[in-house]
Every structure is written in structure tokens, then in C-alpha cells.
Design a protein around this ligand. Sequence first.
Ligand code: PCP
Length: 397
Amino acid sequence: MRLFHYAKDEEIKAGKTTDIYFVRTKQVLEAKGLDKLRVVAEVTPGEIHRGWSWGILCGIEEEARLFEGYPVDVYAMPEGSIFYHGDHKGVREPVMIIEGPYGDFCLLETPLLGLLCQSSGVATRAARIKKLTSEKIVVAFGIRRMHPVLSPMIDRAAYIGGFDGVSSLMGAETVNVEPSGTMPHALIIVFEDQVKAWKGFDEVMPREVPRVALVDTYFDEKIESIMAAEALKDRLYAVRLDTPGSRKGDFAEIVREVRWELDVRGYNHVKIFVSGGLNEETVKVLSDAGADAFGVGTAVSNAPTIDFAMDIVAVEGRLSAKRGKLGGKKQVWRCQKCLTDIVQTFDEPQPRCPHCGGKTEPMLRLLVKNGKIVAKLPRPREIREYVLEQIGNLTLE
Ligand code: PCP
């Protein structure tokens, strides 16, 4: 018996989470002797949310695990790569190619898309928020909004996208960092006294846990911030403002006021951590107002998914694509200087960048060869660094 509604690894690998029409397709192809025809299938993104011009590719490690043991070759962009809807001419660009007998992998279309669409959506949103807050600290607080079985995936994607910390224990373990968090209102309410709660936290928690006092439970944020600073003095690392919607008014003004009142009392060392309903618009405004750290929940964990689709583009070497898609196996070449992409047929020679003349490199690299994972799977920390390096050169349009 299963306590929660989720699919196990082996069920996903066996295609149990697929859509029924792929099962029927497989049955028909087998009955007609067509299931062993070798196809090239490519995965391309539809329009990226709200016309955003780039996304962050996430889920490639899981794709490698999904296809491991299947008689197919898989090429993919490295995890953490930015991708565009189209190249410099608007030609839709593949992020992944699967080559092999269609009947052997058609059941995997649904899970392969699911692995990419959601995590890339989360990583893309995280990268955008990280870019808006530049060097400041951003922590993923959103796992409570999603099914708990997804918390490692969501926190990993947020971290890869550039977030500095994640709140879930399993998410933190997945990306090999310490989990990040402060204190909930519950702690203060059970004490029925915010000062006793902050002091209790300070007394009990090991030294390495930053003292971040939640300062919006009973009184005004300004008053509670001063109370927290006076109670914990130099040990207070930050105050957290999770001002409820009913009191928020002008949240940026509250941040400016708290900063001022702490500073004039000599508590310049105390940082301001904000959370509660933050999104791309508010993090920028709050950052400009003086917030030093951000806890972002729903905006990242419930990020819009990326609309990836898988399409067959060749059958037994013959070009064959549906309306709206381009036939043939392709390569995506990326300028190493300006990140311009050029989509060509797979075997065409390496182009120069049409914009700056820079050197290009092939982005679709062999991940799985006849069922064996052949690429090195980088650690989350390395993927995150790769993301931060790329987004430093991009705008948010
Ligand atoms: C924070 C806030 C939001 C959470 C984090 C962030 O929780 O109230 O619910 O998610 P969001 O970006 O989707 O709003 P706490 O202040 O720790 O909540 P509580 O004390 O009520 O547990």
C-alpha cells in the first residue's frame, strides 16, 4: 500500500505515468511491424512564458536516468544552459534529441516532458528573481505549496536557477547545502511573547544558525525590530518581515522605516529579510528599498511550466515532420561570446557567430548512448555557477 499519491521510480521508468494514447500507439505499431523503425525525435520549447526571451534548462540529470537502459541515443544541452524559443533567425531550437526505435521509447514521452517542463519553469523563475536581486540572498520557501514528493525537485531547480538557499531538508540534501530558514509565527505564538521566543531560539540553536527574528507577529515591524535588536544585540543577524497582506500597505516603505530606525540606534549590522507573497515585481522594489534577503515561495515553486514538446522529425533517415515543425536531426551552435544560437542540420560544419563573428560550440551533446549514460553529470553547485555566469550577460526581456 502507498500512503501518498505518487509514482515510484520503476513505474515512471516503465512508462506507467504515460498518457494512454502512447500505449495504444505502441500496440498498433507492434501489430503492424512498425515499432522498430528508427526515428529522430526532438524536444523544443514553445513560447516561453509571457514572451520571456530565455529559459533555464533543468531536469537533464533525470532525463539521463529515465533513458538509461533503453536502446536509444539521447543528445541534450548541458543542464543549466539557457535556451531560447528560436535561434537568431527564429528557427525553433531543440534542447534534446532522442534517436532510436520509436516503439522502444514512445511510452516515455509524457514523463520526459514532465521532467523538463516543470523543473525548467522553476529554474527559469528562480534565475529571473536572482538576477533582479543581484548579489542579495534569495531563499526558496515554496515547497509548502506543492506536493511533498516534489520538494527535492523544486528546491533543486530553484537552487540551480541561482537561489542561494532552500528550506526543505531533502531539497538541501539533494543540492548538498545546509537547509536555510528562520522561525515561524508558531514559535512566537506558543511562547505568547516575541522577546521570550527570540531569546529561546538564541539559547537553544547552535551558533552556526543565523539569528533571524520574525518581527511582525503582534506589533508593528518597526517596534518589533527594535525590540529584537535590543534583546539579541550583536547576535541578531537579521529581522524577518513577513507582513500579512491585511497590513502590508506599502511594504517598501515599511522596509525603509525599519532600516532607518535600526540604523539610527546603531544596529546597522542587522539585515532585513523579507518574505510573504514576493514575486518578480516586489523583490525589485523591496531590494531597492533596502531589503537584504528574500524568502520566495509560491512565485518560484508554482512557476509557469515551460511548454516543451517532443516531435518526430525523421523516420529511418527520411525527413518527416508535422506542420509547424522542421524536418531532420539538428544541432544548436552557440556563440561563446554573445550567446547567440544558430540551428543547423546536424552534420553541417561549425558556423561562426552571425552577430559578433565569435567561435561557436555545439550545445546538443551525447548524454545517453544506446542506453548507457556517457556524459558527466555535474553537481548542482556547478550547474548553479554555470547559470549565474550565463545570466550575468542577459537582460530580463
Ligand atoms: C512565510 C510566508 C509564506 C511563505 C513563507 C512564503 O511563511 O508567510 O507563506 O511563501 P509565499 O512566497 O508563497 O508567500 P511564515 O511566515 O514562516 O509562515 P508561518 O509563520 O505562518 O508558518
